[in-house]
Design a protein around this ligand. Structure first.
Ligand code: SF4
Length: 342
């Protein structure tokens, strides 16, 4: 301390999902009187504050309770690019965890430089997750993000080489943890000690770890090679059927999905609905040949409450068609062989 002026507190940037581990990493810093700015990343794949499939949870309750700042960052197209072409492969499903961590750390590094903070922390635990958190993957993400010596993992720190922040005395290594593996016993004990409650139960990850979503995404990428934001909005909705290389159907599973399909419908989409009964909304995207429109009609009726009626009135609208037809569900054989992508 010089001339009675206050010495600047050490300042770290935390990757904060809102989940238990990243919250505990932050609390270990606050305990040492280190200022924390938490970054919560969002993507189009479920890592979103209002999204139940998020990797973590709402970051704000813990931030308010324990006194640290949260900044939200949407990874937008940068994340879509790595989902299309991951450099380090995928996990069990379409998840791109290694590329994802590198991207998040690279963004965090830019923020670190912008704010003149001292180091970065994450809630990663060695050996906890199969793909992104084994030791060589941890090292790879550090190297690729250009963070050698600058990335501290407070929950596993004692098992890892000391970082610059520990070597320079900004952080007391003795007060950090040496947790590894999938068990959460120590984390639950720490949550109790810190008075941390209402944390979400461990989530399996973003939508890219979901098998059904991944199969729909894989099918789309195999047929288009590119992802648009319209595609991504529709991938979350309905049953998806592949009719041919250019054509797919999306069939709403409930009233809410029907409304959302109407909301996301574009001018080039065809819309099919059985009238005067409980019917899904179906969107046909691609080649609206008579054969494909017939299959779409048959499937729509198959999922409607009128599937056993002798005759069903069906509306078909699209860029070059606006008609109401009488459809005989006896023609279900058109759709019987078609199964949703799942
Ligand atoms: S599950 Fe993997 S790809 Fe999805 S947000 Fe988490 S680390 Fe990233």
């Amino acid at each position: 301390m010089k001339n009675g002026s206050k010495q600047k507190k050490p300042h770290c940037i935390a990757l904060f999902s809102g989940g238990l581990d990243s919250a505990l990493a932050i609390l270990l810093m606050l305990k040492q009187d280190i200022e924390v700015t938490a970054l919560t990343f969002m993507t189009h794949f479920g890592c979103d504050l209002g999204d139940r499939s998020s990797c973590g949870g709402n970051p704000y309750p813990a931030a308010e309770k324990f006194g640290f700042n949260v900044k939200l960052m949407h990874l937008g197209q940068k994340f879509v690019d790595i989902v299309e072409n991951p450099q380090y492969g995928r996990g069990k499903n379409m998840n791109v965890c290694v590329d994802c961590r590198i991207l998040m750390l690279t963004e965090a590094k830019e923020f670190l430089e912008l704010t003149n903070a001292d180091f970065i922390i994450t809630g990663e635990v060695m050996g906890q997750r199969p793909m992104s958190q084994v030791k060589n993957k941890l090292n790879l993400t550090i190297k690729k993000a250009g963070l050698k010596g600058k990335l501290l993992r407070p929950l596993s720190a004692k098992l890892l080489p000391p970082t610059e922040a520990e070597l320079s005395g900004l952080v007391d290594r003795e007060q950090l943890e040496g947790i590894s593996g999938r068990g959460r016993h120590r984390q639950l004990e720490m949550a109790k000690e810190f008075g941390l409650d209402n944390y979400p139960s461990p989530a399996s990850g973003c939508l890219l770890t979901d098998r059904g979503y991944s199969n729909r995404l894989r099918d789309l990428l195999e047929h288009t090679g590119k992802l648009t934001f319209d595609d991504l909005n529709l991938l979350r909705l309905g049953r998806h059927f592949r009719l041919d290389d250019q054509t797919k159907l999306i069939i709403g599973r409930n009233e809410n999905e029907n409304k959302l399909l109407d909301f996301h419908r574009r001018d080039h989409h065809y819309r099919i609905e059985a009238l005067d009964c409980g019917s899904p909304v179906t969107l046909l995207i691609g080649n609206a040949s008579e054969e494909n429109l017939n299959k779409a009609t048959s499937l729509t009726v198959r999922y409607s409450s009128a599937r056993d009626n002798a005759l069903v009135t069906v509306s078909v609208t699209g860029p070059d068609v606006d008609r109401t037809i009488a459809f005989s569900p006896g023609a279900h054989e058109l759709s019987e062989s078609l199964q949703p992508v799942r």
